[in-house]
Write a protein that binds this ligand. Structure first.
Ligand SMILES: [Fe+2]
Ligand SMILES: [Fe+2]
Length: 286
């Protein structure tokens, strides 16, 4: 017998129902693991050397610590108690990321200078910029993580430890796009152009900072100073730029699929990636 699933009412962006769903999706999908209880695998000398050679640790530790403090500051500044609770939980998750990175660098002997971040003067602006930054970074991180997992660059027990972090970033970017859309929809018409400008500026500044990083890495690789980028090809296996972006698109979809389809998804980076795909070299003959 055919059963009919009752259709869920459409969600009005900016409505109280949108806010409830945005916050309940986030708090209900929270994974309560404790970093101190994680079991770090014993790795072979080769794998440890490969980890130590990754040029990402200092920046990763700084970014996670800065993000945690900025998100927690925003959680405390948010007047709406339901939003405040969800944002504070996100800050806690970022703090866990920083803690896990610290534990990893200690466990495998990766030196990282001590760093104490400063709280942002404008928490809402910092939170908006962080959200757009995560939309850019997560898109490529999901693909890179899959590549590191499938190529054996990261051994399976280490992949398992990092899996929850990847999934959390997926939840963070869904939260971000819905938080921005919710706030924008609730503004009176006169206030919207300013908000749209702020939003565009935040997105542009984050895109620019990624571009600068890409140019820096390319410059270092071209001058032979960056061994990691030079050797990444050999370490991650043979993958063309087009295959890599296709992988990012697939991974992005998988990461965001488990959550309520009525919530908005980040569209900007995937749509640029889809548009650029035909122009990217496929590898091999072209
Ligand atoms: Fe994070
Ligand atoms: Fe995050």
């Amino acid at each position: 017998m055919k059963t009919t699933v009752p259709a869920r009412p459409p969600l009005a962006i900016g409505s109280p129902a949108h806010k409830e769903l945005l916050c309940s999706f986030f708090t209900e999908s929270h994974d309560p693991y404790v970093p101190a209880e994680l079991q770090w695998p014993a790795l072979s000398g080769d794998v440890v050397k490969r980890l130590q050679a990754l040029p990402i640790w200092e920046e990763a530790v700084r970014t996670e610590a800065e993000t945690a403090l900025a998100v927690l500051t925003m959680g405390a500044a948010e007047k709406d108690p339901i939003l405040s609770k969800a944002i504070t939980l996100q800050g806690y998750e970022e703090q866990r990321h920083a803690e896990i990175l610290k534990l990893l660098t200690e466990k495998y002997g990766i030196p990282v200078p001590a760093f104490s971040p400063a709280a942002p003067a404008d928490p809402s602006w910092a939170f908006m910029r962080i959200g757009y930054g995560e939309c850019f970074d997560s898109f490529f991180a999901f693909g890179l993580f899959a590549l590191a997992r499938d190529s054996g660059f990261f051994p399976p027990p280490l992949v398992e430890l990092f899996e929850p972090i990847m999934q959390e970033e997926g939840r963070h970017i869904i939260f971000h796009v819905n938080w921005v859309a919710y706030n924008q929809a609730r503004l009176p018409y006169a206030g919207r152009p300013r908000y749209v400008f702020r939003r565009g500026l935040a997105m542009w500044l984050q895109a620019l900072s990624r571009l600068k990083t890409a140019m820096r890495i390319k410059g270092a690789a071209d001058s032979g100073q960056d061994n990691f980028t030079m050797n990444a090809h050999a370490q991650f296996g043979d993958i063309s730029p087009r295959e890599f972006v296709e992988l990012c698109l697939r991974e992005n979809e998988k990461r965001l699929a488990p959550y309520d389809p009525r919530l908005l998804r980040p569209e900007f980076v995937p749509s640029i990636a889809r548009a650029l795909l035909p122009t990217l070299p496929r590898g091999g003959r072209d």
